[in-house]
Design a protein around this ligand. Structure first.
Ligand SMILES: Cc1cc2nc3c(=O)[nH]c(=O)nc-3n(C[C@H](O)[C@H](O)[C@H](O)COP(=O)(O)OP(=O)(O)OC[C@H]3O[C@@H](n4cnc5c(N)ncnc54)[C@H](O)[C@@H]3O)c2cc1C
Length: 466
C-alpha cells in the first residue's frame, strides 16, 4: 500500500506546494529545544486559506495525518511529527492584511511572525501586547493555537484576550470564517474559543483579527536584587500597589543567574554583588520626568521596606535590553549547554519560595541534573528547567524525564497549581492531563475532537492520548 504522504503528494500535483527533499524537510522535524525529533516525509506549504482547505480535504479523504506548524518554537513537542505525519506549515501565509484604525484591530494571516507584527503596529502608534522571547520566530497561528502568554500577561492577559476573530479550516476542508472585529458580539457560542489553545488538534488557524493596544509612551525598566527568594510574594504584593501600570514582573533565581554567569562570562549583570533572587520590573508610563520620578520613588519605597536590597533603573533602551537579557539568557544558556527537561507550571504566588526550594532538593536527587529556575512572578508561573550537566550521558538524562515529571507535577498538584501555565500540553504532558482537568472535561474534549476531526488526522496524540 502506498504511504500516506505519497498519496497526498500525488493528489497535490503542484510541486510548488510542498518540499520532499530530506535536506529541506529535516528542519521541520526538530523542535526548538532539540528534544523532539521525527522523520518528515513531506512539508506542505500553502499560501492561502483556499490551499489549506484543499490540502486538509485531501488529507481527510486519503487518511493522511497532519501536524500543523507555524514558527516551530513550541515547547511541548506538538509542532513536529512523531510517526511520519505530514507537516502543514503556515510559514508562507505571512501577510498583514488590514489595520482598522477606529477599532485598533489588525487582520493577519497565521504565518505572520510576532516581531513583524510588533514592527507594523509600532509604525501606527500601537502595540501587540503579547510578547515573548521567541518573538523573532513564533508566528500568530502557533501563538493562538497554544494560547501563548509571555512577559505581559500580568497586564494584558494571554493570546486569548487579544483575539477578536478567527478563521479556521476544519479537518474536512470546511472554512469557518469568523473574522469579527467587534468587541461586543454576543450572538451565541463564541466558537473561536474552542480553537484557541487547541494546539492544532481541532482545525488549522489561517487568519485572525487581533486587538492592538495603544503603544505606551514610555517604559520604566528596573532590575532589582532581593536578599532571599522568600521576599518574592511580598514584593509582588507591594509592586502591584506601587506601580499602577505594571506590565512585567519577572524573576530569575539567584543560583540560576550564577549558573548563566558561569556558562557565559560575557553576560553583563547590571547590578553589583550577588543576590538571592533577581526581579525585572517594568511599568508602562507617560513620557516625561514625572513618570520616571514616580517609578524611582516606588523602587525607593521597596528598598526602605527591605523587600529589595539593590536596584538599577535603565536610563536608555540599550540598558533596558541589558536588563531583559538577565531574564532571557537562562533559556538560551540551558539549550546551548545540553539537553533540558522543561516544566512550565503555575503555583499560587505565595508558595513560589517553597516550591523553588522543593525543585532544588528534587534536582539534588538526580545526579548530573541542575535546576534552572525563573519565570513570571506576577502570574505565579515558574519555568522549571531540569538541565543536563556535562558528564551525564544523553540517554541517561532522557531516561530521567518520567521520574522528574512525576515528582514535579505531583508537587505542583499538591500546591493546587497547574501542570501547564502557558506552553500547553502537546505530547509532553498528555499523561498528566488528569491532574489538571476532570474526567468530564476530558470526555468533552474527546467529544469535540470526534465531532470536528472524526478521522483523527489533525495532530494525532497531542493533548489527548490515543
Ligand atoms: C526562547 C523562547 C521563549 C518562549 N517564551 C514563551 C513565553 O514566554 N510564553 C509562552 O507562552 N510561550 C513561550 N515560548 C513557547 C512558544 O514560543 C509559544 O508556544 C508559541 O506560541 C508557539 O508559536 P509557534 O509559531 O512557534 O508555534 P509552533 O511551535 O509551530 O506550534 C505550536 C503548536 O501549535 C500548533 N499550530 C501551529 N500553527 C498552527 C495553526 N496555524 N493552526 C493550528 N495549530 C497550529 C502546532 O501543531 C503545535 O501544536 C517560548 C519559546 C522559545 C523558543
Amino acid at each position: 500500500m502506498t504511504a500516506p504522504h505519497e498519496r497526498l503528494r500525488a493528489r497535490l500535483g503542484d510541486p510548488a506546494l510542498y518540499l520532499d527533499d530530506p535536506a529541506d524537510t529535516a528542519p521541520y522535524g526538530r523542535d526548538w529545544i532539540g528534544k523532539y525529533e521525527g522523520a518528515v516525509p513531506l512539508v506542505v506549504r500553502p499560501r492561502s486559506t483556499a490551499e489549506v482547505s484543499a490540502v486538509l480535504a485531501a488529507c481527510t479523504e486519503l487518511d493522511v495525518p497532519v501536524v500543523p506548524q507555524a514558527g516551530n518554537t513550541g515547547m511541548v513537542g506538538g509542532s513536529v511529527p512523531r510517526a511520519g505525519e505530514v507537516v502543514l506549515s503556515v510559514e508562507r501565509m505571512g501577510v498583514i492584511e488590514a489595520f482598522d484604525e477606529a477599532s485598533a484591530t489588525v487582520r493577519v494571516q497565521a504565518g505572520v511572525v510576532l516581531e513583524a507584527l510588533q514592527g507594523f503596529l509600532a509604525e501606527r502608534g500601537c502595540d501587540m501586547p503579547v510578547d515573548l522571547g521567541a518573538r523573532g520566530s513564533c508566528r500568530i497561528g502557533g501563538m493562538i493555537a497554544t494560547n501563548a502568554g509571555g512577559i505581559k500577561v500580568l497586564r494584558y492577559g494571554h493570546m486569548r484576550e487579544q483575539v477578536r476573530g478567527l478563521e479556521v479550516v476544519l479537518a474536512d476542508g470546511t472554512v469557518v470564517e469568523g473574522l469579527n472585529i467587534l468587541r461586543k458580539n454576543n450572538t451565541g457560542l463564541d466558537l473561536k474559543q474552542v480553537f484557541i489553545g487547541s494546539e492544532g488538534t481541532l482545525g488549522v488557524i489561517t487568519r485572525a483579527v487581533l486587538q492592538a493596544q495603544p503603544a505606551p509612551q514610555a517604559f520604566q525598566t528596573a532590575l532589582a536584587g532581593l536578599a532571599s527568594r522568600a521576599l518574592l510574594p511580598p514584593l509582588l504584593q507591594a509592586a502591584r500597589a506601587r506601580f499602577p501600570r505594571l506590565s512585567s514582573l519577572e524573576f530569575v533565581d539567584g543560583a540560576t543567574v550564577a549558573y548563566v554567569r558561569e556558562a557565559d562570562p560575557e553576560l553583563r549583570i547590571p547590578l553589583a554583588g550577588e543576590h538571592g533572587s533577581y526581579v525585572v520590573i517594568e511599568e508602562e508610563c507617560a513620557a516625561g520626568e514625572a513618570a520616571g520620578e514616580a517609578f524611582a520613588a516606588g523602587l525607593e519605597s521597596l528598598l526602605e521596606d527591605g523587600l529589595i536590597e539593590d536596584a538599577v533603573i535603565a536610563g536608555s533602551e540599550a540598558q533596558a535590553r541589558a536588563i531583559w537579557r538577565v531574564r532571557e539568557a537562562p533559556t538560551e544558556t540551558v539549550s546551548r549547554r545540553g539537553l533540558t527537561h522543561k516544566f512550565d507550571v503555575t503555583v499560587p504566588p505565595g508558595v513560589i519560595p517553597a516550591f523553588l526550594g522543593e525543585m532544588e532538593t528534587l534536582a539534588d536527587g538526580f545526579p548530573g541534573v541542575r535546576a534552572v529556575l525563573f519565570g513570571h512572578l506576577g502570574d505565579g508561573n515558574v519555568h522549571v528547567n531540569m538541565a543536563q550537566e556535562p558528564g551525564l550521558a544523553d540517554a541517561d538524562f532522557r531516561a530521567m524525564e518520567a521520574d522528574l515529571a512525576d515528582a514535579i507535577y505531583g508537587a505542583v498538584h499538591g500546591h493546587q497549581g497547574s501542570i501547564s501555565a502557558e506552553h500547553g500540553i502537546g505530547v509532553m504532558k498528555r499523561a498528566y492531563l488528569p491532574l489538571a482537568r476532570s474526567p468530564e472535561e476530558i470526555a468533552l474534549m474527546r467529544t469535540l475532537k470526534a465531532a470536528l476531526d472524526p478521522k483523527g488526522i489533525l495532530n494525532p496524540g497531542v493533548i489527548l492520548g490515543p
